[in-house]
Design a protein around this ligand. Structure first.
Ligand code: DGY
Length: 386
């Protein structure tokens, strides 16, 4: 007979948050709890993840240590909001755009990307510069804004002006009238890095307005208006900011968080994959090398998931090692073949677990996500570990 230790399955549980219901650590804990009810002896390693969107700073603080400085800021409508900066010993500050620009900060009725602003993120960046950071890494994703970072630039010393040299109102729609910029960026030589949750460009069919505008409250007419406004904004940035790369509207990551990625590029910074940065910080590669099964997940597993989000990053890394990867999600709308190509072995949804859309599965998935995840965790243990 095999020694008991050799029969233990090693399972890596590394989900993203389920937006609107559970944080990533809560998701991981619920799945693990369910698994343990069936095979308590297995080795479960919990590594909650983030991709640049909500939870970015908390996950990195857990992995990297450092000082967390509370910084008061404002939400996309200018109301007070709680922000924070994670400062590590090597002079790097980590910020999360969602703390100031997050969709979760607004009610459904308040969502209007024509009016929402990234000004509050500018306050956080300015505070990080003031705190003496040499590099500022900004997690991008989960935003309610589509202003190409115009609001963010204001606390950094740069204001968008119309043809009459008047400061533009905040919000994505006003950028249709941008003519020039006033001021120079006050960054004191700091290097800016955008850790993006998607690699979409700023403009066009795959751009910020078309792909993410609707979830922020934009209708078809708004999307066209916002895309045209961002095109004008990109032209002005290229013309007026010396460090801005040409072809800004088409660069990967520029469309993250309503064009905040493009603003970082325009300030001479760079975009990199948020999930790549987080997985390095939490040591995911080493964990993957020593696991038999990976369980990841997110609120909605859809076509956006495969464009740089947590699930895509984990599934791709698992596939490269030949490790099976199971996705648990509130809702699954990705096709089987598409998911398999991304490295996903199986995907299960809470909505289906709770009986499907017709039988109240959506409401149950929102109301009792942890119960559902515990049940799915137990089901996976039964399937994979026994
Ligand atoms: O914030 C957004 O617009 C999406 O998460 C894509 O970055």
């Amino acid at each position: 007979m095999w020694p008991a230790t050799l029969l233990r399955m090693r399972v890596l549980i590394c989900p993203d948050k389920f937006a609107g219901t559970l944080s990533a650590p809560e998701v991981a804990a619920a799945v693990a709890e369910g698994w343990r009810t069936v095979t308590p002896g297995d080795d479960l390693l919990l590594r909650p993840l983030a991709d640049g969107g909500p939870g970015f700073v908390a996950v990195l603080a857990e992995a990297l240590g450092g000082r967390r400085l509370p910084v008061p800021t404002v939400d996309p409508l200018g109301r007070p909001a709680a922000g924070e900066i994670l400062l590590t010993d090597d002079g790097v500050a980590y910020l999360e755009s969602a703390q100031a620009c997050g969709l979760h900060l607004l009610s459904a009725a308040e969502r209007d990307p024509k009016a929402t602003t990234s000004y509050g993120l500018g306050l956080l960046v300015a505070a990080a510069v003031e705190a003496g950071a040499r590099t500022v890494v900004i997690g991008l994703g989960g935003s309610a804004t589509n202003d190409g970072g115009a609001g963010m630039l204001v606390p950094l010393g740069v204001t968008a002006l119309d043809a009459g040299d008047r400061a533009l109102p905040y919000g994505g729609a006003a950028l249709a009238g941008v003519a020039t910029l006033d001021g120079v960026p006050r960054l004191r030589g700091v290097t800016l890095v955008a850790a993006t949750d998607v690699d979409n460009p700023l403009l066009g069919l795959h751009g910020a307005s078309s792909v993410f505008g609707p979830q922020k409250g934009a209708d078809r007419a708004d999307v066209l208006l916002l895309d045209a406004a961002l095109e004008r904004w990109a032209d002005v940035l290229v013309e007026r900011l010396p460090g801005c790369p040409p072809g800004l509207g088409a660069l990967p990551g520029g469309g993250a968080a309503g064009g905040l990625g493009a603003a970082v590029l325009a300030l001479g910074g760079r975009c990199e994959s948020g999930i790549g940065l987080v997985t390095r910080a939490v040591g995911l590669d080493a964990a993957l090398d020593a696991t038999d099964l990976v369980i990841t997940g997110e609120g909605s597993f859809d076509h956006q998931s495969l464009r740089g989000k947590v699930v895509a990053g984990v599934a791709g890394a698992a596939r490269d090692r030949g490790v099976p990867c199971v996705v648990l999600a509130g809702r699954v709308s990705t096709g089987r073949r598409e998911a398999a190509a991304a490295g996903v072995t199986e995907a299960y949804s809470l909505v289906e677990h709770f009986g499907g859309e017709e039988r109240g599965g959506v409401a149950a998935a929102m109301e009792r996500p942890a119960d559902g995840l515990r049940a799915l965790g137990a089901r996976l243990a039964g399937q994979w570990s026994r």
